[in-house]
Each structure stands twice: as structure tokens, then as C-alpha cells.
Design a protein around this ligand. Sequence first.
Ligand code: ZN
Length: 312
Amino acid sequence: MSTAFEVLPRDLSSYRRGNTGIDYVHRFESGHAGPHVLVNALTHGNEFCGMVAACHLLDNAVRPRCGTLTVSFANVAAYESFDPAQPLKSRQLEHNLNRIWSSEWLDGPQDSAELRRARELRPAVAAADHVLDLHSTSSDVQPFWVYRRFGRNAIAAQAIGRPRVHLVMPLGLSPGTPLIVHGRFAEQNFHGVSLVAECGGHFRQASADLAVDVALDFLAHFGLIERARTPQPPAERYELLRTVVVQTPDWRFARPVIGFETFAGGELIASDGDIEIRAPDDGCTILMPTRVPKVGNEGVYLARLLAEPATN
Ligand SMILES: [Zn+2]
């Protein structure tokens, strides 16, 4: 696999000492009433777009005119393990930091670099009203939002406007507990918006540029900064139907895929040993096909286009 590295890791040591008592977490209070917004980078260590956006906010001294802004770099330990010869490996050290945000894991007996970091970051996530978690994808596909199916998330993602594509996760279909559904963010009646922005392929300058724009637009949406907005077309929304987890070491896609391919009802998407993964219906769209199949990890997400507008 050849990878073009348009964005490479920077030395983040100067960002280590924040003002919250948690390494790599910086908080700015406006002194005026308003929401507390968290912009989080590097939940996955090799997803540099978020790092660029977080550095942009800090280096340009972006300060909230109301409410509170917190900027965090999550899995810096994995980020620092980046090896260009194995660019996907520094996603995580032991655990996927985006699957362990339940009290079962956070209060549980297990230990790992990611669990320790999640336990450190927990008060910063729990303190926020609204969370933006910046990610990138292993293939160069169009950027998209990912969120739990709550109207508040859909409306905010639509209003912010870019990315234009939404992946809506119904309750119970996410493997593990992602950061954006930690604690109150999983509650139907909580007011807080929590969104993942998948900003494009790892290591791409365009992904980093989009992450900066999405972060600034997110802050503007909640009134923390003033920013002119570019009108965007209506969202294209996909609803997750199924998360297919790899069961055997013999996972193979039926044809080369990068994501957003559409399959006819019954068409073979992948085989996993003797297991066949077929499209449940016409127009089944696949997202985030794995490039490194690993037993127990997500192999592919099956989704369908939603006709209804982004209100729920
Ligand atoms: Zn990610």
C-alpha cells in the first residue's frame, strides 16, 4: 500500500501542559453565559486532521465570546507511535479509544493506555454541553458526519452544513461506546449535541483543511465565535442498518471497495470464511470498509439512504 503523507505528525509537547489538570486539554472561559463546547482531536492516533484543527484553535488564540471552549488532544500516546511504514497502526495502542466510553469500561478493572487516557479525559467530556470529535477515514472518501439518531444532532449537523453527508447511528448499532455517546450524550432528553466529523482520508491536507473549517463552524453554530457561513445544499443522510464484525481471518470483499459503493438486494459484499455478507435490500450502501481485517473489529457498515429530512 502506498500512502501519500500530505500531513505528518508535529511535536505536540508544547501543548501538553494545559490549564485543566489534564495533559493536552486546554480550556478558555469567556466569563459570559453560554454553552461549553469541546473540540476533540486524535481519538485515533493516526487521524491528523483533528490535530491540525486543535493546533489551529490554540495557535490562533481562538477564544469564545460567550460560554466555554475546551480543546483536547486525546490519544497522544498512539499518535506519538506513528511509523510511516505502518501508517494505520498508530490508530491505537491497545484499545480503540472510541469504543470504551461506557461506565462498564471506565469503571471496570481492565487497564490499557487507552483506558487510562479515557479515565483522565472523562471529566472533560462530561463537562461539555456540545462535543465535536474530529476523525479521518482510511480511504479517500467524501467526508461525513456520524451521530446517534437524535433530532438535536441531525439539526445541528444540517445547520453547520458541511460535511454534507450524514451517517445516522440508531441506538444499539454502534459497537462499543463511542466518545460521542458518553454519559448524558446517550440520553434522549439531554440538550447536548455530539458529532463525529469524518473529514476525509488520513494524512490528506484537504482533510486537515476541512477539520479546521468544521471546528470553526461548530463553534460559530453555538455562538462561541462569529464566522460567515457558506450556504450548503441539503444533507444526504444514510442510516446504519448493520455493523458487520469480522469473525474469521479469511475476510475478503467481493470487489475492491473504498466506501459509498451501493449493492443490490442479495448481492455479495464480502465473505468471511464460510460466512457471506450480502446486501439486505437494493440500494445498500457500504461505509468504512476495513483495510486491515481483524477478528473482532468492524469489517464494514451497511447503510441505506434516508428520504426524510434531517430533523430526527
Ligand atoms: Zn477515527
